[in-house]
Design a protein around this ligand. Structure first.
Ligand SMILES: [Zn+2]
Length: 417
């Protein structure tokens, strides 16, 4: 069976031009003693916005791996797929993030809930989970309530898993189940019930993306109670380790942190938890790499800088349309967005330092960064003009893409200090 390594990083590459620069960050981590395997992820939504095909992600990944001589595993993730969108990814992906968030809260048939509760009397009563201080007290009514909320979603995940398995063959791809795009974080008893149901469905899940407490805004730091996050993260790890033994799930089952880029204030707590428990981790990043492309364009000066300014100006014009699909995962203060005229007068240095995620830099502007984050559609509409400029400015872009992934992500998370 294809087994995902202990540490892995999802590297989104929206315009399929940064695979080498991203792989270099993993190679750098390896030189410093940390094996972190790359997983190139791109969702149906990103493909639709950009007008790309799933096969292009595989082609870019294969080419980068070949050219740089990477000998460790790597994967191509069909990110957030559903039954109606999975088919386009069957030929090129070997990692599937099955998204069933839309089915959470929709009731399963009453008989299925009752059958689940009958079969899982082991989840009723006093549950002591190693690594969680206080035991949980659950009643049969609790189990039925939780199953009522999640069972349909897990059954849907089972249908999608079997559909992929029938096309690709069992054991020939990695399965993730994501429940991050929902309203409230799952409690430890909920996660335990979900994992029991996943086991019952026969899904050989290797990564699970729960919803965590706090806000995971796109491209910027975590907003929320870091101590509460650390507590819940530790509880999730404990429940997963417990469920692996109890339900016979794959030994390497680990957490997947979506929108995991740029959450700098969480990396020390996450690192502590991994060191304490020996758990693995998958962290998904996507838009942070596109932002580095824009920084690289700006740094290159000349036409590159002019194009970066044009992207900002058009994003500002279309702010409301661009932000609407991302409303739940961005917090832009419109009063902090500079005018097009002001930005037109900026130097490379001014543009790059407003956009680069360096919280110690007074010029850093998180509102501008989030607007450009959701503005990749503008670059997609520029078509060849944008792609040609990526090639012209390749050296400064690659330096920023590699540096961001390694220095600000892989190093604080995985490399020994
Ligand atoms: Zn996600």
């Amino acid at each position: 069976m294809l087994m995902l390594s202990k540490y892995s990083i999802g590297v989104g590459d929206r315009f399929a031009h940064q695979a080498k620069a991203q792989l270099r960050a993993c190679m750098k981590a390896e030189e410093h003693g940390a094996e972190v395997v790359p997983v190139w992820n791109k969702s149906h939504r990103e493909h639709t916005t950009i007008g790309s095909e799933p096969g292009s992600v595989r082609a870019a990944a294969d080419a980068a791996v070949k050219e740089l001589g990477w000998k460790k595993p790597y994967y191509v993730d069909a990110d957030h797929i559903r039954l109606e969108t999975v088919d386009g990814f069957l030929a090129s992906s070997d990692f599937y993030t099955i998204d069933v968030a839309d089915s959470i809260g929709k009731p399963a048939v009453a008989d299925a809930v009752k059958a689940f509760a009958d079969q899982h009397s082991d989840l009723v009563g006093r549950l002591t989970i190693p690594g969680i201080d206080a035991p949980f007290q659950t009643t049969r009514a609790d189990v039925e309530r939780i199953a009522g909320k999640y069972l349909l979603a897990v059954q849907e995940a089972g249908r999608i898993y079997r559909h992929i398995a029938s096309a690709k063959g069992e054991g020939r791809f990695i399965t993730e189940v994501s429940m991050d795009e929902t309203d409230s974080p799952q409690t430890p008893p909920e996660l335990l019930v979900i994992l029991a149901a996943i086991s019952d469905e026969g899904i050989p899940i290797q990564t699970i993306a729960p919803k965590f407490t706090g806000r995971f805004n796109k491209g910027v730091d975590y907003v929320g109670d870091v101590n509460q996050f650390e507590k819940e993260f530790a509880e999730d790890l404990a429940v997963i380790a417990f469920a692996v033994r109890k339900f016979g799930l794959p030994q390497n089952l680990k957490l997947s942190v979506h929108s995991g880029s740029d959450k700098f204030s969480l990396y020390a707590p996450i690192r502590r938890a991994l060191a304490r428990t020996g758990a693995g981790l998958h962290v998904k990043t996507a838009g942070t790499n596109w932002l580095e492309e824009v920084i690289g364009l700006a740094e290159a000066g000349g036409e590159g800088l002019a194009l970066a300014k044009e992207i900002y100006g058009k994003a500002l014009d279309k702010k409301d349309t661009l932000c609407a699909p991302y409303a739940a995962v961005i917090d832009i203060d419109a009063s902090k967005l500079p005018s097009k005229e002001e930005v037109a007068g900026w130097s490379s240095e001014q543009f790059a330092s407003a956009l680069r995620h360096d919280q110690s830099c007074p010029a850093f502007n998180p509102s501008l960064r989030q607007l450009i984050h959701v503005g990749y559609k503008i670059a997609a509409q520029m078509g060849d003009r944008y792609l040609k400029m990526l090639e012209t400015c390749e050296p400064t872009i690659a330096k920023n893409v590699t540096g961001n992934l390694y220095d600000r992500h892989l190093k604080p998370l995985f490399v020994q200090g």
